[in-house]
Design a protein around this ligand. Structure first.
Ligand code: ATP
Ligand code: MG
Length: 199
């Protein structure tokens, strides 16, 4: 009997902080594509956020570990946190491929990112290394013009209007972030006084 190759989902993000939108998206894609594992990869220095102050990578990494700890199929990788310089998805995928040469990669990304993907570093190589799954909200139309149809799938996930930007703004304003992020992340934010007095 031939065994099928393991399927590894890759959920890249700044995760500043990780929230239930990320977790639902990863869970939906895992179910739909029969993934064996989803690895969350917090960015080191995000390319698209150079003009913003981003929380220390170690905090973002630890919040992602806390948020995913209860799911046996979710793991967290330090490849981007530990690579010096800006984070490019092509480097993330190269590192994961060399660590897991036996696996097929499924890169999970939000609708906002997939529309930009052709502008990413080494776009052609990206599609050679992974299947891309763009998650959208129901009713949102997504432009995937110019992307290779056999390497990109679109999946609607339940409407989740949660963003890290909103969570940070709430924490800064002293508003509750319960139920937008996992309980342990609420507590981690309070313990380390994250998102206080920062834009
Ligand atoms: P920020 O508001 O700081 O940009 P974010 O909420 O968009 O944060 P990121 O860490 O930038 O979170 O996103 C990581 C990945 O998760 C991206 O591919 C993004 O498109 C996707 N994503 C973000 N929010 C959601 C959501 N509510 N549902 C599904 N996917 C999401
Ligand atoms: Mg974002």
């Amino acid at each position: 009997m031939t065994q099928r190759r393991p399927r590894l989902g890759v959920m890249g993000g700044t995760f500043d902080p990780v929230h239930h939108g990320h977790l639902v998206a990863a869970s939906e894609v895992a179910a739909r594509f029969d993934l064996d594992e989803v690895v969350f990869v917090p960015t080191g220095h995000p390319t698209f956020k150079q003009d913003q102050s981003v929380t220390e990578a170690e905090h973002r990494y630890l919040m992602t570990v806390i948020a995913t700890a209860s799911n046996p199929r979710f793991t967290v990788s330090r490849v981007d946190v530990e690579r010096p310089g800006l984070t490019y998805t092509v480097d993330t995928l190269r590192d994961l491929k060399s660590a897991r040469p036996d696996a097929d990669l499924y890169f999970i990304t939000g609708a906002d990112a997939i529309e930009q993907i052709l502008t990413w570093k080494d776009a052609e190589e990206l599609f050679a290394m992974a299947h891309f799954v763009a998650v959208t909200r129901p009713g949102h139309t997504l432009s995937v013009e110019g992307l290779p149809p056999d390497r990109v799938s679109i999946l609607e996930v339940p409407a989740l209007a949660i963003s890290s930007t909103d969570v940070r703004a709430r924490a800064r304003a002293g508003q509750p972030v319960w139920y937008l992020v996992p309980d342990g992340v609420v507590q981690y934010i309070a313990k380390h006084r994250l998102y206080r007095g920062q834009s």
